[in-house]
Design a protein around this ligand. Structure first.
Ligand code: HEC
Ligand code: HEC
Ligand code: HEC
Ligand code: HEC
Length: 468
C-alpha cells in the first residue's frame, strides 16, 4: 500500500518536471497552460470541485475555494517551495502517510495558477470586504488571543508565543495565518467550518460574532511583522466628539453607578464591590487614551477589572463613547493636591488597612526565581512605569510607588503603598505574585493575567526596591 503511494507521488513529480521543461508555445495561453498543469500535476491529490469531505477520504486539502482562500504572495511562496509544511504530522492524521515533500513549480507557473484559481475557483459564499483588516485594534488582538485559547483552538492548531511554537499540531498550523489567509475567507470559514470540512476532528466553537471577529483579528496579526493596529480614537467620530452630547450620555448611562457629579455615589453603588470609580478624582486628560477607550467600550471584565463596569459599545456606539470621553475630559480634572500629599514611608504611619485576601499556601511558598540584578530591577521599572498591559502600574500606584498615582484617589480602597517598609516586610513574594496575576477582587487592583511569569517576578524585584 505504502509502496504504491510512493510510486504515484514519484510519478506526479516526474510529470511535473516534464511539463516545466516543455516549450511554452505548446499552450494557447497562460490560463490554458495553468489548467493543463493543474490537471496533470495537482488533481491526483487535490480536489477542485465537490462537497466538503473528510481528511480520511482526501489526499490533500481541497482547492475548491482556492481563489478565495489565500493571499497571493503566500500562494506563490507555497507553490515555489518556500513555505514550511502546514500539517506537521502529515495531512492524513491517521498517520497512514507520513509528511510528503510538496511538488514545486516555477515562479511563472505559480503565478499562472494563482491567476487561474482567482478566475475559476472563487467561493461565492465569501463576501468581499466582510472582514476589514484595517479595523483590527491592539485590544482585538489581545482579546482574540484569549478567545483563541478559551475556545480550545490551541488544542489542535499551533501558534507562536514568545518565540515558541505552542499547541497541538493536529490540523493546519496557524502561526503565520496573517500571511496566508484572505481574511474574508477566514471569517466565512469561522462562521461555519462544516461548510468547508467535515468528519475529521473539526470543532464548532460557541463564539459570538464579536468573539469570532476578535479571533480572526488575532489570526490576521500572526506572523505579520509591524502589524498596523487600528486606533479607534483616531476615527472621524472622535474628530466630531461633543462634550455636550456626552453630558447627556453620562446622565442617562453612567450616573446610575458613578453618581450625577462623578462622586461614585449613584443609586447602584451601595451594592457594588469594588465601588464605581470616583470620576471626580480622576484627571482624565492624563489617562492613557487606549485604556480609557477600552474600559468604556469593552467594559471592566475585558481588562481584568470588575465585570460590573459594563461594556458600552453596543449601547452607545463609537460616537457615544467618543462623546462621553470628551465630557469626562472637559469635566473632571482630578484632585489638585494629590501629588503634593506626603509620600509616606516614614515609620508605622504609612501602614494601610489591608483587607487583601491571603494567597493559597502553594503561592505563599514561592520565592522569586530571578536574581535581584540591576537588569532585572530595570526591566521591572520599565513595566511598572510604562509598558505593563493593559495599563502601567504607576497610574494607580504612583511614579514613586507610594500608592498616590493620579488614578489612586478614584479608588476605594486605595492602591498599596510599596514604599512602606513596615507593611511590605510582612507581605511575602508569593502573595505579591498571586495578586498581580489575579487582582484583588472587590478592589480596583485588576488582574494582570496576561503578563508572563518572568515579567511578574521582575516587577516584584522592582516593588521591593522601592521600600524607603
Ligand atoms: C502528492 C500529492 C500532492 C500533489 C501532487 C500536490 N499537492 Fe498540494 N498539497 C498536498 C498536501 C499533502 C498538502 C498539505 C501540505 C502540508 O502538510 O503542509 C498540500 C497543500 C497544498 C496547498 C495548501 C492547502 C491548504 O489550504 O492548506 C496548496 C495551495 C497546494 N497544495 C497546491 C497544489 C498545487 C497547485 C498543486 C499542483 C501543482 C499541488 N498542490 C500538488 C499534496 C499534493
Ligand atoms: C478538536 C480539534 C480542533 C479544534 C479544537 C479546532 N480546530 Fe480548527 N480545524 C480542525 C480540523 C480537523 C480542521 C479541518 C482542516 C483540516 O485540517 O483538514 C480545522 C480547520 C481549521 C481552519 C482552516 C484550516 C485551513 O487552512 O483549511 C481554521 C482557520 C481553523 N480550523 C481555526 C480554528 C479556530 C479559530 C479554532 C478555535 C475556535 C479551532 N480551529 C479549533 C480541528 C480543530
Ligand atoms: C452598573 C454600574 C456602572 C455603570 C452604569 C457604569 N460604570 Fe463605570 N465603573 C463601574 C465600576 C464598578 C467600576 C470600577 C471597576 C473596578 O475598579 O474594577 C467602574 C470604573 C469605571 C472607570 C475607571 C476604570 C478604572 O481604571 O478604574 C471609568 C473610566 C468608567 N467606569 C467609566 C464609565 C462610563 C463612561 C460610564 C457610562 C457610559 C460608566 N462607567 C457606567 C460601574 C459602572
Ligand atoms: C487601576 C488601578 C491599579 C493598577 C493599574 C494597578 N494596581 Fe495594584 N493595586 C491597586 C489597588 C486599589 C490595590 C489595593 C488592593 C487591596 O487593598 O487589596 C492594589 C494592590 C496591589 C498589590 C498588593 C497586594 C497585597 O497583597 O497587598 C500589589 C502587589 C500590586 N497592587 C501590584 C500591582 C502591579 C505590579 C501593577 C502593574 C502591573 C498594579 N498593581 C497595577 C490598584 C491598581
Amino acid at each position: 500500500m505504502n509502496v504504491r503511494k510512493g510510486i504515484v507521488i514519484g510519478g506526479a513529480l516526474l510529470a511535473l518536471v516534464g511539463l516545466m521543461s516543455s516549450p511554452r508555445l505548446l499552450f494557447g495561453s497562460d490560463e490554458v497552460r495553468a489548467k493543463e498543469l493543474i490537471q496533470q500535476a495537482c488533481v491526483q491529490c487535490h480536489r477542485l470541485e465537490g462537497q466538503p469531505d473528510s481528511r480520511f477520504n482526501l489526499r490533500a486539502p481541497d482547492l475548491i475555494w482556492a481563489g478565495s482562500k489565500y493571499q497571493r504572495l503566500w500562494l506563490i511562496r507555497w507553490l515555489t517551495g518556500k513555505e514550511a509544511p502546514l500539517y506537521a504530522k502529515g495531512y492524513r492524521w491517521d498517520l497512514s502517510e507520513g509528511a510528503v515533500k510538496h511538488p514545486v513549480v516555477s515562479e511563472a507557473d505559480a503565478n499562472a495558477m494563482a491567476d487561474y484559481f482567482e478566475k475559476n475557483n472563487k467561493d461565492q459564499r465569501v463576501k468581499v470586504g466582510a472582514f476589514d483588516v484595517s479595523k483590527v485594534s491592539k485590544f482585538d488582538v489581545t482579546f482574540g488571543g484569549m478567545a483563541y485559547k478559551a475556545h480550545a483552538c490551541l488544542g489542535c492548531h499551533t501558534i507562536e508565543e514568545n518565540g515558541k511554537l505552542i499547541g497541538g499540531p493536529q490540523s493546519a498550523a496557524l502561526q503565520n495565518a496573517g500571511q496566508r489567509y484572505n481574511m474574508d475567507w477566514l471569517f466565512r470559514f469561522g462562521q461555519n467550518p462544516q461548510d468547508f470540512t467535515v468528519h475529521n476532528g473539526e470543532f464548532l466553537a460557541d463564539a459570538t460574532e464579536p468573539q469570532l471577529r476578535a479571533v480572526i483579528g488575532y489570526l490576521a496579526a500572526q506572523g505579520v511583522k509591524d502589524f498596523k493596529f487600528y486606533e479607534p480614537w483616531t476615527s472621524p467620530e472622535f474628530g466630531m466628539a461633543s462634550a455636550d452630547r456626552g453630558k447627556v450620555i453620562y446622565k442617562e448611562y453612567c450616573s446610575q453607578c458613578h453618581g450625577a457629579t462623578g462622586k461614585g455615589d449613584g443609586p447602584a453603588a451601595s451594592g457594588l464591590e469594588p465601588k464605581p470609580a470616583i470620576h471626580a478624582n480622576i484627571p482624565f486628560e492624563k489617562l492613557p487614551i487606549d485604556y480609557l477607550y477600552n474600559v468604556i467600550n469593552h467594559g471592566g471584565a475585558a481588562l481584568g477589572k470588575s465585570p460590573n463596569m459594563p461594556y458600552w459599545n453596543l449601547t452607545i456606539g463609537q460616537q457615544g463613547v467618543a462623546d462621553v470621553m470628551a465630557y469626562l475630559k472637559a469635566t473632571f480634572k482630578g484632585v489638585p493636591d494629590m501629588a503634593a500629599a506626603p509620600g509616606g514611608g516614614e515609620g508605622d504611619a504609612c501602614v494601610q488597612a489591608r483587607k487583601t485576601a491571603k494567597a493559597p499556601d502553594e503561592f505563599l511558598a514561592k520565592t522569586n526565581p530571578l536574581p535581584a540584578s540591576t537588569g532585572t530591577i530595570q526591566a521591572g521599572k520599565t513595566l511598572f512605569l510604562k509598558s505593563a498591559q493593559p495599563v502601567a502600574c504607576a497610574m494607580c500606584h504612583g511614579e514613586q510607588g507610594d500608592g498616590k498615582g493620579f488614578m489612586g484617589a478614584a479608588l476605594v480602597p486605595q492602591p498599596r503603598n510599596f514604599t512602606c517598609g513596615a507593611m511590605m516586610k510582612d507581605i511575602p513574594d508569593g502573595q505579591l505574585y498571586w495578586i498581580i496575576k489575579n487582582g484583588s477582587p472587590g478592589t480596583g487592583m485588576m488582574s494582570f493575567a496576561g503578563l508572563p511569569d518572568e515579567q511578574v517576578w521582575q516587577l516584584i524585584h522592582y516593588i521591593r526596591s522601592l521600600v524607603k
